[in-house]
Write a protein that binds this ligand. Structure first.
Ligand SMILES: C[S@@+](CC[C@H](N)C(=O)[O-])C[C@H]1O[C@@H](n2cnc3c(N)ncnc32)[C@H](O)[C@@H]1O
Length: 221
């Protein structure tokens, strides 16, 4: 899978070179191309943002550099083009799994007060939000989307890692423990050390249900 990220701040994406995302790229499972929108501006001062029509605080990213950048990286509109935005549909695991089937994603990161609506109307397939809060830019949301989609690319994780985790069966995941058996007076539940896998499965399911009821009762509906 290829993910093309359009941003005014390409230097923010070094984080994607670390850990599992870094290994996925080295193994050729995932290709990430970070494109500087500024290199597509036709403004002689390299300007990419301007004041909003109608007044108001902040600056708005101009449509021209965004449009030219998208047309350059995806000239025949083969990719799914996504604008990360708090105004978009809220991202969830089901949608992440569907996006992992795409061959190429183009992710547009807004900044300041957002982007000129015409860039969205003309060039974007879908607006996605990573949650009901506002960040300063779309760069972190683009990294979030890249990370959670890449987990579902074949060979990035072992298949066992993708089952039995939060949202995979509609519940949050049960509590996890590792060594030592005792830490500051708290011990690992006896059942997890019993070797009785039927009992362990039952305990984990009960814990997952209780945790979901407590933290996310909406999922039980
Ligand atoms: C300060 S925000 C703009 C917020 C916009 N004025 C509004 O009220 O909806 C700047 C950029 O950050 C990104 N952004 C902020 N919050 C986000 C969220 N929850 N999900 C996805 N992207 C977000 C978007 O790309 C947005 O264009």
């Amino acid at each position: 899978m290829k993910i093309i990220i359009l941003t005014l701040f390409p230097e923010m994406f070094t984080a994607l070179g670390a850990s599992i995302m870094g290994r996925a790229q080295k193994a050729g499972k995932l290709e990430i191309e970070v494109v500087d929108i500024r290199s597509y501006t036709e403004d002689k001062h390299q300007k990419c943002d301007d004041y909003p029509f109608g007044g108001g605080a902040g600056m708005v990213m101009m449509a021209q550099p965004i449009g030219s950048a998208i047309e350059a990286v995806d000239p025949n509109h083969k990719a799914r083009r996504i604008y990360l935005s708090p105004k978009g549909r809220r991202l969830d695991q089901e949608h992440v799994i569907a996006l992992a089937e795409e061959e190429t994603l183009v992710l547009l990161c807004g900044h300041y007060e957002g982007v000129d609506q015409r860039a969205i109307d003309l060039f974007i397939d879908e607006e996605l939000s990573i949650g009901d809060y506002v960040l300063t830019g779309g760069e972190l949301p683009a990294m979030v989307l890249t990370d959670c989609v890449a987990r579902y690319i074949d060979g990035v994780l072992s298949p066992a890692s993708l089952v039995d985790e939060s949202f995979s069966d509609g519940l949050l995941e049960y509590p996890q423990y590792t060594r030592p058996v005792e830490y500051r007076g708290l011990t690992v539940p006896e059942v997890l050390r019993s070797g009785n896998h039927a009992e362990i499965d039952r305990w984990r399911h009960e814990q997952a249900l209780a945790l979901t009821r407590k933290h996310r009762p909406d999922l039980l509906k």
